[in-house]
Design a protein around this ligand. Structure first.
Ligand SMILES: *[C@@H]1O[C@H](CO)[C@@H](O)[C@H](O)[C@H]1NC(C)=O
Ligand SMILES: *[C@@H]1O[C@H](CO)[C@@H](O)[C@H](O)[C@H]1NC(C)=O
Ligand SMILES: *[C@@H]1O[C@H](CO)[C@@H](O)[C@H](O)[C@H]1NC(C)=O
Ligand SMILES: *[C@@H]1O[C@H](CO)[C@@H](O)[C@H](O)[C@H]1NC(C)=O
Ligand SMILES: *[C@@H]1O[C@H](CO)[C@@H](O)[C@H](O)[C@H]1NC(C)=O
Ligand SMILES: *[C@@H]1O[C@H](CO)[C@@H](O)[C@H](O)[C@H]1NC(C)=O
Length: 589
């Protein structure tokens, strides 16, 4: 504190001899002053800062309590004994730049601009001067820590802290290539992942004042689109530009690469992997063997002795993992025509080996030859088509012929052969005109038609004298060697191939026929004339007989024109029994 002393000098000393020394009565805190006008006495006046009568009391005057602010604005008044002084309030400075002042020299308190001191608000803060104070706010990119804006750094213990956005978030299908930091204003830059291309938006991100990264708005699009699909496979790994495929359960990879690559042209170079179903062991078919197989295809073949009949011979492993088994059927190989034999030398019979409902067409050809007839050829053919398993085909075969027969199964392309040597049959008798004659030289007639057995056939004319009991066995006299005890005889032998279709034969003309003497008939005797047809080939001989005429060597003439009439002279019976032709002639006595 600076104490101001007021130097008061007395204007006139009291005159000597004065009764009252006024001055001596002045209060200790008063001064004795000349009374005006000068020479008119002395007065006690309280000192500056005191109020009173100057003699008995001089009290301290508290200037600070005087109504008007004595120090001025933004001040604090300090009373002192007999005086006072002023100081400025915090935030203000006296204009005289001294610690205290008395306002009477014009000194006043003015606001201090605290913001002139740099760094008052700390890093990132900015200062705003206030009347008698200041406040702090944070720059963009900073935010107040431990308080709210505005703040006072000392009072609030708050400060500005730089905004930190932290690590930028990852961006789908993109890779962060650079980042300048994590604080406000930092910039992060992305580029699309391999296999992706920029689709839209910005590829940078900025740390904003709110502590968040802006963007990036970039969208990366897969260059090649969705991962290609392969049948029966799955994708085990991919990054949108490279894909690894694997066959799903139940399938195995057969061949090809299992990697798809997104090409620079933006198209997938798709994996060539093929997934094949696992069907397990190869299927087996009855009577067949496996010729070849890989794991998905099997080729079957019928074993020896069997042939494939119907269906495919390939089994294929289906996509469902099950074999689509070959439909092949192996059938035992048997001749298409079996058990060929003849029935009654007429009908050929065979067993057809064929498949179920199939119909088979047969061609039956036959050729007949004869040793005894070189020019002879009996060639013919017949067709028959049937589903039957047993076939009988009756042919028009001629007797005494060696036939060779072929049966051809046309669709099976199988030929069976058989020979049949037909036996000799009974030759047909010609048409004879039965008559009864009363003459030793009757002329008999017959009419014949050509027959296949003609080359080995001949006629024999028998003359049978009528006796008590006669038996004429047509078959027994195979040769002209007749029964010695019989009176019958052969009168002519005529080779059929040497005659025409008509014969007029006169019995008893005395000529030779075929080495036989046609002897004249005895007068008075009665004869039957029998014609016998004989066919002979080697040891086989067949014959048939017909009663040709009855002749009486007498003049007595009995005309018998019918069998009934004949019965009056003799009973004629004709029978064919078991291939033997017999004529019984009975004489009526
Ligand atoms: C006169 O004033 C002083 C201070 O300036 C004080 O100490 C003293 O007591 C006063 N004297 C009387 C008689 O009041
Ligand atoms: C992304 O950032 C890179 C710098 O890393 C720049 O070359 C490119 O042009 C930007 N834009 C796009 C769309 O990728
Ligand atoms: C098996 O062979 C067939 C026919 O040659 C063929 O088409 C198929 O691709 C093959 N499969 C495997 C798995 O080898
Ligand atoms: C048939 O063949 C047999 C045996 O070779 C032969 O003896 C016979 O004369 C032949 N028959 C005919 C009619 O050709
Ligand atoms: C039929 O005759 C032929 C000769 O022509 C002969 O080879 C064959 O064995 C004979 N067949 C029969 C069944 O006798
Ligand atoms: C057989 O006789 C009849 C009648 O007398 C005659 O018409 C016919 O021509 C004769 N036939 C032969 C082959 O001589």
């Amino acid at each position: 504190m600076i104490v101001v002393f007021l130097l008061c000098v007395a204007a006139g000393m009291p005159a000597a001899g004065q009764i009252l020394d006024v001055c001596a009565t002045c209060h200790a805190n008063a001064t004795c002053e000349n009374k005006l006008p000068v020479g008119s006495g002395k007065v006690c006046n309280c000192k500056y800062g005191f109020v009173g009568n100057g003699r008995t009391f001089c009290q301290d005057k508290d200037e600070c309590q005087t109504g008007a602010q004595i120090c001025g604005q933004h001040t604090k008044c300090h009373n002192t004994y007999g005086s006072f002084y002023c100081t400025c309030l915090s935030g203000y400075n006296p204009s005289n730049n001294l610690a205290i002042f008395i306002p009477n020299d014009g000194t006043h308190c003015k606001d201090i601009d605290e913001c002139r001191i740099t760094g008052l608000c700390g890093e990132g803060g900015w200062c705003r001067n206030l009347e008698g104070s200041f406040e702090c706010s944070c720059h963009v990119g900073y935010q107040v820590d431990n308080g709210t804006e505005p703040f006072h750094p000392h009072r609030d213990k708050a400060f500005c802290k730089v905004v930190d956005c932290g690590q930028p978030a990852s961006v789908e299908d993109a890779v962060l290539v650079s980042v300048t930091g994590t604080t406000y204003g930092s910039v992060a830059t992305w580029v699309c992942d391999e296999g992706f291309i920029w689709g839209s938006g910005h590829n940078t991100s900025v740390c904003r004042d709110n502590g968040l990264w802006s963007g990036p708005t970039m969208v990366c699009e897969a260059k090649c689109g969705p991962v290609p699909f392969l049948a029966n496979s799955e994708v085990v790994w991919h990054n949108r530009s490279v894909v690894i495929h694997r066959c799903v359960d139940g399938y195995h990879s057969w061949r090809g690469s299992n990697i798809s690559v997104c090409g620079s042209s933006g198209e997938w170079q798709t994996a060539t992997l093929r997934c094949i179903a696992k069907c397990g062991p190869v299927p087996l078919l009855a009577n067949s063997e496996v010729v070849w197989h890989n794991r998905s295809v099997v080729i079957h073949r019928c074993v020896d002795g069997y042939h494939s009949w119907r269906g495919s011979n390939i089994s294929v492993c289906g996509s469902s993992g099950e074999w689509q088994t070959a439909t092949l059927r192996c059938i035992e190989i048997k001749p298409a025509i079996n058990h060929v034999h003849f029935l009654n030398e007429r009908c050929v019979h065979w067993k057809a080996e064929k498949y179920e409902e199939d119909s088979e067409a047969y061609k039956v050809t036959y050729t007949g030859t004869r040793d005894y007839q070189r020019s002879f050829r009996d060639k013919s053919k017949q067709f028959v088509s049937s589903k039957a398993e047993q076939l009988t085909l009756c042919l028009h075969l001629l007797p005494a012929t060696n036939y060779s027969i072929s049966i051809i199964a046309l669709s099976a392309r199988f030929t069976a052969s058989i020979t049949i040597n037909t036996s000799l049959t009974v030759p047909p008798v010609p048409i004879v005109y039965y008559r009864e004659f009363e003459t030793p030289v009757p002329t008999l007639r017959l009419q014949r038609s050509a027959n296949t057995l003609d080359p080995i056939s001949l006629y024999q004319v028998f003359v049978v004298p009528v006796e008590d009991i006669m038996v004429f066995d047509c078959s027994s006299p195979g040769s002209p060697d007749l029964n010695k005890f019989s009176s019958e005889y052969i009168t002519a032998r005529i080779l059929i191939r040497q005659v025409g279709t008509q014969i007029n034969f006169t019995v008893g003309d005395g000529l030779y026929y075929g080495g036989f003497y046609n002897a004249p008939l005895e007068k008075g005797r009665t004869y039957y004339i029998i014609l016998r047809v004989v066919s002979q080939w080697k040891t086989a001989l067949k014959s048939s007989c017909v009663l040709w005429a009855k002749v009486r060597g007498t003049s007595y003439v009995l005309m018998v024109s019918s069998l009934a009439a004949a019965a009056s002279v003799g009973l004629v019976a004709f029978a064919i029994l078991g291939g033997y032709s017999c004529i019984w002639l009975f004489k009526k006595t």
